[in-house]
Unconditional design. Structure first.
Lengths: 373, 671
């Protein structure tokens, strides 16, 4: 990774006595694609607005290129933003929207013209310059917003849920498009989203936030495979989280059995959270399994089935490509690398239990996430 | 049901627009009478455009409207932006505070502003002329401002707040963000607020009336003072043009809005030609405003002595109907003086305007008893008669000798004089009944009698009839007079001042008590009218005289002006217009013969000897008389015992029916 560009040090933010950010420490490298990920109200947009200069933190510092920029207003920062609902200027056409920043900077006319045309090409809107904003589709407006920000050649581009208003198909296309633009222009992206899939597929670094605190920072694979606590484990993908006891290094006991695992460094007999990803579980004949349970529900998901299996009164989610009939008894096997051990945290016991699982529940929480801050 | 709806809608428009139609028709009428359409003419319009005074007043109104709108729009928009940034609770509070001036009765706003201006201007800053162009402008801004705020706020609330962030993000300072982005978003609100402020300012009378100084008068205030005679038809022409102007403005705005809405949805880019045209129009408007405003503003402000004259309405020849334009003649003779004429409608109104203070007035022309009072209260300056050599032309008898109001001849120079008598229509009134003031009480003519509507003259008539002294302060006698007036009340059709013209000329009323000069004018228009002076009982003989109040600034110029008006030739020409008698006998040779020889205007010495003048009673008596007069006359319905209630009642029923029908049809459609 290249050099550090932005650093947030002990950021706190309070609105009317309510603490929105609680000690955020974070650095962002040049050319990095960093995503702030978390549910609504976790403080990710607030963090972004502080970086953009629209909010001044209650305490803590923001440094840019080594200089504190707490008191630098947004119009003097080498940072541009793509806003949640684009915030395009309705009284200007596409060309004038994109040229806005360059005109404020009083660049020569030919240069403005050339840079805007270049930008229109990059966001595949060539020939749309004279269109009115209101006549564009959501995806096109999105691209104008990106062009309007990028044409100023910022060092950092902030994107606040830029794809939130688009439908699924368009969102997927734009994810690829954004990644391409970021790599082509070689600038730092700070991306805010509540969509974990988006975060994992696009980012170099993911910052998982909740309740105004950073829960985990890491590469997408690390975040997924090595979640730090129950919140991260649950928020990134699906997880079965169980209470366990770490007997010694590489040995964990839960459900009355001792399993081999790959984790170490815990105190002997320390209580831990055990994470088992639904797709890692192998289904075998009942007599061959480490555990034996009963299938209580089956949902077809296209790529796989989501099945809920009851083990001794505790329900697990298992994702499998093989069909199991409801009511049948199955056995499962757990390989050492399928078991991930986490220290106990404030989130222990709050997630990872599928006893009240329903397919719609998932969708509901996702919708709620759309109304971010 | 649809058809019914349409018909009702049309009816509603008829109801709303019929007054305007009447006005427009009247502006094209050949005849002077509103009740009869005699033929089509554009005369009123040509006369309007020849009347520089009227156009000047219109210019004043437009100037103040433009300036106050510009200021209201600027500060209103800024205020709205500020209010918008407040926390919601605070915002609500501030908004209701800014809305109060709009719901406040105009009269309350007007009086309180006037008090404030006089208090600050005269009281704190020691400026005698505390009511002026500036105060009028401030007043108009105070009531224009809330309309702008009210119109801009919703636009700010509808605006995506991220737009400001976006602009700042792209390098705009907050000020740049306002001008490059926000202002475009809230422009419709600014424009509609501006138009509201403009029209409110243009037609405001009540507030302006209280804060207008003598240096700058707007059209509505001036028109209100045209009370001595009916409004001239050219004023209809002006109103028609004003109405059309505003109508065009509003329709144009709506068309633009519709166009803009349509454009928003269309995929076609805005054509370059249209954009350029739009900018050109906007540019031309701004240039026109600045040039026009500047011209009006500085055109009014030459390096001249401004002489402020307060006069009765229509009490000086102004060039209409072939008379001499006295002001123009004076200004021609003294090119460094500009006469600024304003008007009052009664002696009492003049008195209170001067007492309230805050204005500069150089010459006034009150009546005898009021001069008496003003001298006693120290409101008049002594005149320097070295500057008024023409005073020598003024008749000794009775003006210089023992006049009732200014016995030492130090404060006043008479302007006109006249008598109060009875005007009757010989077609309907039996000559045998014309025996004295009792004609006004004759039951045979019940409902056809007009009584003069001011306390002093009305009580005077009763006093002459009962044989009392007109200057009595005996309360019992005054009470008896009031009883007499109360007894007359059922017979009286209306208590009038200037409405007397149309009513008598149209023969809607047959008997009236009024000033001889005005009676003379009415007789010219209706040959059946006769004038009668009840010599044996007595009658009022009044004198209006020119004085200089203590709030004057240009005393010497004022004396020049008084001197000018005493020139026999000028006085004679003046009387041709006002139809009153001149206190200068030599003026008669310059008057039209029929006036100079009229025994209505100039009764014989013997007759005149029977007339008496009003003198100032004490303040307490004046108030007592006023009270008695109001009690004796007020409860009479001015429209008389006719069926005047039918039209409004029918209209209300129709409107109510419309509402019910609309509600019923709406409900049925829902079902």
């Amino acid at each position: 990774m290249s050099k550090e560009l932005i650093r947030l040090r002990d950021l706190t933010m309070e609105f009317d006595g309510e603490r929105i950010l609680d000690g955020i420490n974070l650095y962002i490298n040049d050319h990095e694609f960093l995503t702030l990920l978390g549910p609504s109200g976790c403080g990710k947009t607030t963090t972004l607005r502080i970086i953009g200069g629209f909010l001044t933190p209650t305490s803590g510092t923001v440094t840019f290129d080594g200089k504190c920029i707490n008191d630098v207003p947004p119009y003097e920062r080498q940072i541009n933003t793509v806003f949640q609902r684009y915030a395009l200027f309705p009284h200007l056409n596409v060309f004038d929207n994109i040229a806005f920043g360059l005109r404020v900077a009083k660049l020569p006319k030919e240069e403005i013209n050339q840079r805007v045309q270049e930008m229109l090409e990059i966001v595949s809107l060539k020939g749309y310059g004279h269109r009115r904003i209101q006549s564009l589709s959501g995806g096109q407006q999105q691209r104008v917003a990106i062009a309007r920000a990028l044409v100023n050649r910022p060092k950092v581009l902030l994107l606040d849920e830029p794809l939130g208003a688009l439908d699924l198909r368009l969102r997927k296309d734009m994810q690829i498009e954004l990644k391409r633009i970021q790599q082509a222009m070689g600038i730092t992206f700070v991306y805010v989203t509540h969509d974990q899939e988006e975060a994992l597929s696009m980012s170099d670094t993911v910052v998982v936030m909740d309740k105004g605190r950073i829960q985990q920072i890491g590469k997408p694979e690390d975040i997924y495979n090595e979640p730090k606590n129950a919140f991260v484990a649950d928020f990134i993908g699906e997880s079965n989280i169980l209470d366990g006891v770490m007997l010694e290094d590489y040995k964990v006991r839960f459900f009355g059995r001792t399993f081999q695992c790959v984790d170490k460094g815990f105190a002997p007999n320390e209580s831990v959270d055990v994470v088992i990803r639904p797709e890692d579980i192998d289904i075998v004949a009942p007599d061959e399994g480490h555990l034996v349970g009963t299938v209580t529900s089956v949902t077809f998901k296209g790529l796989n089935y989501d099945i809920i299996v009851e083990f001794k009164g505790f329900k697990w989610l298992i994702q499998t490509t093989d069909h199991c009939a409801e009511g049948s008894t199955i056995g499962i096997r757990l390989n050492p690398e399928d078991i991930h051990i986490m220290k106990k945290s404030e989130y222990s016991g709050m997630f990872g239990d599928y006893s009240s699982y329903s397919a719609e529940y998932d969708e509901l929480t996702e919708d709620a996430g759309d109304e971010e801050e | 049901m649809k058809k019914a709806n349409r018909i009702l809608t049309i009816l509603m428009f008829v109801f709303l627009y019929i007054p305007m139609v009447v006005l427009i028709v009247a502006s094209f009428n050949t005849g002077k009478d509103i009740t009869q359409f005699e033929g089509f003419t554009l005369k009123q319009y040509t006369e309007l455009f020849r009347d520089e005074d009227l156009l000047g007043l219109l210019g004043n109104s437009i100037l103040i409207a433009l300036l106050s709108t510009a200021i209201s729009v600027t500060f209103g928009t800024l205020a709205a932006v500020g209010i918008h940034r407040l926390k919601p609770k605070m915002r609500k509070l501030v908004m209701s505070l800014t809305n109060i001036p709009m719901t406040n009765p105009d009269i309350v706003t007007g009086v309180s502003l006037s008090l404030l201006f006089v208090f600050v201007g005269t009281g704190l800053l020691g400026n005698r002329e505390s009511l002026n162009f500036g105060t009028l402008l401030i007043a108009h801004v105070t009531f224009g401002l809330p309309y702008v705020i009210l119109n801009v706020m919703p636009k700010l609330q509808q605006m995506n707040p991220a737009l400001t962030d976006a602009a700042m993000d792209l390098g705009c300072t907050p000020v740049q963000a306002f001008f490059k982005v926000i202002i475009h978003e809230i422009m419709p609100g600014i424009v509609s607020g501006g138009i509201m402020a403009f029209t409110m300012s243009l037609d405001d009378f009540v507030i302006s009336y209280f804060v207008t100084g003598s240096d700058f008068v707007t059209l509505p205030v001036e028109i209100y003072t045209y009370t001595k005679k009916p409004i001239q038809p050219k004023v209809y022409a002006m109103f028609t043009l004003l109405f059309l102007l505003i109508a065009v403005l509003m329709v144009g705005m709506n068309l633009l809005q519709i166009r803009a809405d349509r454009k928003k949805d269309s995929k076609r880019p805005e054509s370059r030609g249209w954009r350029i045209a739009k900018r050109c129009v906007a540019g031309a408007l701004v240039v026109a405003l600045i040039v026009g405003g500047g011209f009006l503003f500085f055109g009014n402000r030459q390096e001249k002595i401004i002489l402020n004259v307060k006069n009765w309405g229509m009490n000086m020849a102004d060039g209409t109907d072939g008379t001499l334009d006295i002001i123009a003649a004076f200004e021609e003779k003294y090119p460094n003086i500009k006469v600024n004429m304003s008007y009052y409608e009664s002696n009492e109104a003049l008195y209170s305007q001067l007492k309230n203070g805050g204005i500069t007035v150089d010459v006034i022309i009150p009546s005898d008893y009021m001069i008496d009072r003003m001298i006693k209260e120290g409101m008049l300056e002594k005149l320097n008669f070295d500057n008024i050599p023409n005073f020598r032309y003024v008749d000794e008898e009775p003006f210089k000798n023992q006049n009732s109001y200014d016995p030492t001849n130090e404060y006043s120079v008479p302007y006109t004089w006249g008598t109060v008598g009875i005007l009757y229509n010989s077609k309907y009134v039996d000559e045998a009944d014309v025996t004295g003031w009792e004609l006004m009480w004759n039951e045979n003519y019940a409902g056809k009698i007009l009584m003069i509507d001011n306390s002093r003259d009305a009580m005077g008539i009763a006093q002459y009839l009962l044989g009392y002294d007109v200057n009595t302060m005996d309360k019992a006698q005054l009470q008896a007079c009031a009883d007499k007036l109360a007894q007359q009340r059922p017979l009286v059709q209306q208590y009038v001042m200037d409405q007397i013209y149309s009513t008598m000329e149209n023969e809607e009323a047959w008997i009236a008590a009024y000033y001889a000069g005005d009676c003379m004018l009415m007789m010219e228009n209706n040959p059946d009218l006769r004038f009668y002076l009840p010599e044996h009982q007595g009658f009022n003989r009044f004198t209006d005289a020119m004085c200089i109040p203590t709030c004057c600034k240009e005393k010497e110029a004022a004396e020049l002006f008084i001197n000018f008006l005493c020139d026999p030739e000028i006085s004679g020409a003046n009387m041709d217009y006002i139809c009153y008698a001149s206190p200068i006998s030599e003026a008669k040779q310059y008057m039209e013969d029929y006036l100079a020889e009229s025994d209505i205007i100039y009764p014989s010495k013997e007759v005149l000897a029977k007339g008496t003048a009003y003198r100032y009673l004490s303040e307490e008596t004046s108030r007592f008389v006023e009270g008695l007069y109001q009690n004796a006359t007020k409860t009479v319905d001015a429209s008389g015992p006719d069926n005047g209630w039918i039209v409004p009642a029918v209209l209300i029923v129709v409107m109510a029916g419309t509402m019910v029908l609309l509600i019923v049809t709406r409900k049925r459609r829902k079902l």
